[in-house]
Structures are given as C-alpha cells and as structure tokens.
Design a protein around this ligand. Sequence first.
Ligand code: B12
Length: 453
Amino acid sequence: MLPPLKADNDRMTSPLALIINPWIYDFAAFDLWARPLGALYLAAWLRTAGWEVRLVDCLDRLHPDSMAPAAKKRWTPGTGQWRREVLPTPSPLAGLPRRYARYGLPIPAFNRLVQAPPAPDVVLVTSSMTYWYPGVRRAVTQVRQAWPEVPVVLGGAYATLCPDHARRVSGADVVVQGPGESALPRVLAELTGIDPGPPPAWTSLRPALDLYPRLEFAPLLTSRGCPYHCPYCASNRLYPGFTPRDPDDVLDEIEDRAVRLGLSHFTFFDDALLVDAHRRLVPILETVIRRFPGLSFHAPNGLHLGLIDRDMAELMRAAGFKTLRLGLETLDMERQAAMGGKVGPGQFETALAHLKAAGFDPARIGVYILCGLPGQDWGEPLAAARAVRALGARPFLAEYAPLPGTPLWQETLRHSEFDLAAEPLYHNNSFFACRGKNFSWEKVREIKRAALA
Ligand code: B12
C-alpha cells in the first residue's frame, strides 16, 4: 500500500506522529527494563502504514540528559536508577514518610525534544500505572505549550482503567481505552484526516526499538493477555483473552535483535510466559540453546511457579535465564485459593528445588509476596517473607495496587477509608489504601527488613 501523503507548504510529506512516554511520579522508582512496549508496537504499525514516528520517552534512562549521577553499583543491563526531582507530596498522599519525586528526563530537555520541528500531525501519549497520572498531565501540558493546535490522544493502562478521570484530568483531546490498534484508525482519520487503515496482527510486528539512540536490552512478548483471572489483576481488562505468538515469529524477532541490533539481553513482558509452554516457550528455548548461545533472559513478572518442573528449570538455565521472579503471593492456603489458587501446597518448595538443582543461585531468585490486600493481616506477608528467606531465595513485596474493574475492586472499596474511585493517587502501591486496624509504617518496615535480612 502506498503511504498516505499530505500537502505541507506545497511539499508532499508523510504524516508525523509524536509518541510520548510520560514521567513517573512516585515515592520510589527503579528502572526494571521499563519500556513503553504498547506504544512501540503502535509506532511499528504506523510506520508500516507510511507514517513517520518520533518518540520522546521521559523514562529513557540512557538519554544523555536523563542519566542519574554516576551510580557506584553496576546494575544488570536494562536496569538502573533514574534522575529524579523531589516534589511536594500531593495532598491525598500526605503523611507517607517518603519523598515524592518526578523520575526521568528533566523538563527543559523534554521541552527541547518535543519542540523540535517539524510540527507533528498528532501526539500520542501512552500511560502505565494509574497513579502516575500527574506525569501524563504534565506531559500533555508541555505538549500543548509547544504545539497548541496539534490534537493529543491518550491511551494505555491509566486511560483504559480510569477513562473518566483521564478525560477530566489529563488534558488530552481523546482518551482511548484498550488496545490502540482497535480505535486508532478511526480516531486518527477523524483528527488528522489521514486514515492509517487496518493494522496488521500485532504478533507479526516488531516493537520500534530503533527509535532509541541507545539500547541495552530488547523487551519481548511471546503472548498477550492471560488465561488466569486473579482477582487483583487488570490484565483481562487491558487485553481480553490470551493470544500466543507463533514460536518461529518470536525466534525471528530474537534473531533480529541479536544480529541486527547486537543485543544480548532480552526481557519478557508476558503475563503468562509459562502457560502452554510445550507449544510455546519450550520450542523457543530449545532453538535459542542451539542457535543463539550466550544470550541472557530476564523474567521480572511473576512466573507461575506451579509450571516449573525439572525440565523447564533445566531449559531456562541452559538458555541463559538470569533474572527469575516467581509469583508465590501467599503461603496462607485460604488466601491462596481466594487469589486464584495457582500455588498448591509444597509447590513453591518443589519449584525452588528444581531451579537450585538446575544450577540457579537461589539468592538471585526473587519471590513475589502479596502485601496490603483488603483484610490481610500484616503477619501473613511477614511469615511468607521469612519462609522464603529460610529457603535461601529473595522475597520481594508486591504491594497491592488496587485497580478499578478488577474482581477485588468492590471489596477494596469497602475496606478502604480513602476514596479510591475518585482519586487514582490512592492506587499507589506504597500507600496501602486498605491499611486496616493494625497498620503502621513500622510494620511495613519490619516486613521489608524480614525480606532483606
Ligand atoms: C511488564 C509489566 C511490568 C514490568 C515492567 C513494566 C514497564 N513497562 O516498565 C515490571 C515487572 C517492572 C512491572 C512492575 C510493576 N507493575 Co507492572 N505490569 C506489566 C504488564 C504485565 C505488561 C505491560 C505491557 O507492556 N503490556 C504489553 C503492551 C503491548 O500493552 P500496553 O502497554 O497496555 O499497550 C497497549 C494498550 O494499552 C494501548 N496503548 C498503549 N499506549 C497507548 C497510547 C495511545 C495514544 C493509544 C491510543 C493506545 C495506547 O495500545 C497498546 C497496544 O495494544 C502489565 C499488565 C498488562 N497485561 O498490561 C502490568 C501492570 C501495568 N503492572 C502493574 C503493577 C501493579 C506493577 C507494580 C506496582 C507491582 C508491584 N506491586 O510491585 C510494579 C511497579 C513498577 C514500577 N514502580 O516501576 C499493574 C498496574 C497498576 C496500576 N495501578 O496502574 C498492571 C496493570 C498489572 C496488574 N496488577 O493488573 N510491571
């Protein structure tokens, strides 16, 4: 298909989309392979439709203006500290004994990048955590100053999960819910008069990583969505269903990233990487071992540990998995059942034993423990953290971040004394909106100490 051209001062040019990944506004943030993967897929699609795309990623830690002051520690490639600017804590979150900050690119550097000519035809702003919306709002404000006439479209997790709030507060002209591929053809045609046409299947696209001047790793999706329905998770609302990719397609992408871009670190963003492994991950890893030795793989999202048997542990080890995070959630069997019952009695110990036997250092295996759920006693995550520690693995607290529309949402509203429906800042995982009677910040510190002990 011929690219759509527009007349611009008598010159025929491709339409231009400026894509923006806003800052994080939070009490803490550490870059764990952060990439606006959804936006990079949309960029790849628009390019196939003849659009030009520019990216301003406030969280590109490797951008020269974004570098944090030299850190002493050497982090794993793709991870590290962002530059931060401490800000007043927003009043709903007042009293939390931590500093609130904006993480990422300094504002003047952002403005320079956004203002660079030529004028875009549309600005596409992505969003992730609902409670980072102050970053979205600030980005839209800055864009408006630079390009007052250019329409701004907002999508991503915040836009999908809190659409009314986003329409009221973000300043964007249009707020799109769900996968951008569905609504964008119509929205772009209406706003710019240029219709990109129907998108190709996302499974065949490569996220537009070349929009970054420097790269340390490649994010990778072998599937989208999740077949589980864990009550605290919004995956089913963000992407209904479960769509696996053809393993050969994933392998082509790995080859492209390794050979053409020279990358050796790969990070899985899947919700359910190990599901249906015999048809998906197993053939991928078997081929990686044969054809691409020496690569490193990271799995920072909680893996379903009930799906790690001896063969899987050995395969992951041989293929080069370096970062492993397991989703334990809780050792309390009643709550385990309420959270979807993914981990049966003894399964955690068995999975850990398989991983140790395969040669993984248990101290480098992270184990997520849910903390701050409605009605949860604080002794429960504390006990789990101690048990994980006793087995030599490393507990990580997954502080509950309440999400509108999830099965746990109504119960959360009943338990919380804060107006979570009106104010997404209360979704912040450091805030513990369902604190309950015996909550104290000291309790949180005690659990964290137990996790680190
Ligand atoms: C990968 C991932 C991570 C990774 C890295 C994420 C990153 N990008 O940096 C890691 C493991 C670090 C992580 C950590 C956490 N995460 Co997380 N994570 C995810 C996950 C599984 C996938 C995100 C993703 O890349 N999806 C794939 C892409 C293709 O989809 P997408 O980005 O949504 O894009 C599509 C649409 O949204 C839309 N779109 C996107 N942008 C735009 C723009 C426009 C203009 C338009 C029109 C459309 C559009 O179109 C895209 C293509 O279809 C999501 C769950 C999910 N399934 O989305 C949770 C999720 C985002 N995480 C969540 C949480 C809670 C966390 C933690 C707080 C967990 C904890 N308690 O510690 C931490 C905090 C991280 C931090 N402080 O940095 C929550 C969100 C919470 C919230 N209140 O918003 C989610 C939704 C999971 C859940 N519990 O339901 N996470």
